[in-house]
Each structure stands twice: as C-alpha cells, then as structure tokens.
Design a protein around this ligand. Structure first.
Ligand SMILES: [Zn+2]
Length: 106
C-alpha cells in the first residue's frame, strides 16, 4: 500500500510508543517533503521549527510578565516600607494596586 508510486510516503519521524519506553517509526503518511525525506505535519522540520519558535515566543512572554510581576512586587515592598501590617490590611489591596499603577506611569 505504502509505495512511492501511489504518492503515499511513510513519515520519517519517530514517536514515543504508548508507554513511553521507546521510539518507533511514525505511522502517519508524509505529506511534507523536506531535507530529502517525507514527513507528516507534526514531524516536518519546518513544522517542528514553527512549534519551537512558538514555544520560544511563549517563554519570552512569560519571562517578561515575570519580570513585570517582580518589578511590581519590589515597588509594593518599597511603598509599604515602614507601614504597619495592620494599617496595610485596613487600606486593602485596592489601595496598593492604585498606588502601584500611579508609580508605574512615572
Ligand atoms: Zn510523523
């Protein structure tokens, strides 16, 4: 069935077996021809790269968000320095975020 003649090509990629012990040949048909081999959509080098890039981008975004979070955290600490916990509790989180927002615009 899978001969070169009828246009069906087994994917050259490898996948983990169901129990995750070993690799076996991907059983999907290759519809991408890259680097001299046939690949299915999830194993084509260009598609793998696309996914890697997307993951990298997601990471980048997460790192940026993390940095922003810590910046806010530091600002909050600075803002609350010397203020009694009791007082802070009374003021509540709304007060803090309002002040942080103002601080961030500076
Ligand atoms: Zn594949």
């Amino acid at each position: 069935m899978m001969t070169e003649d009828d246009g069906v090509h087994p994917c050259a990629g490898h996948v983990h077996d169901d129990i995750g012990i070993g690799f076996h040949r991907c059983s999907r048909n290759g519809s991408y021809h890259e680097e001299g081999k046939w690949w299915c959509k999830s194993h084509a080098p260009s598609e793998v790269k696309k996914r890697d890039d997307a993951r990298e981008k997601a990471w980048e975004k997460e790192r940026k968000e993390d940095k922003a979070k810590w910046k806010r955290h530091d600002a909050a600490l600075e803002l609350c320095e010397g203020v009694e916990t009791k007082t802070l509790k009374k003021l509540g989180r709304g007060w803090l975020s309002k002040h942080l927002k103002r601080k961030g615009k500076r």
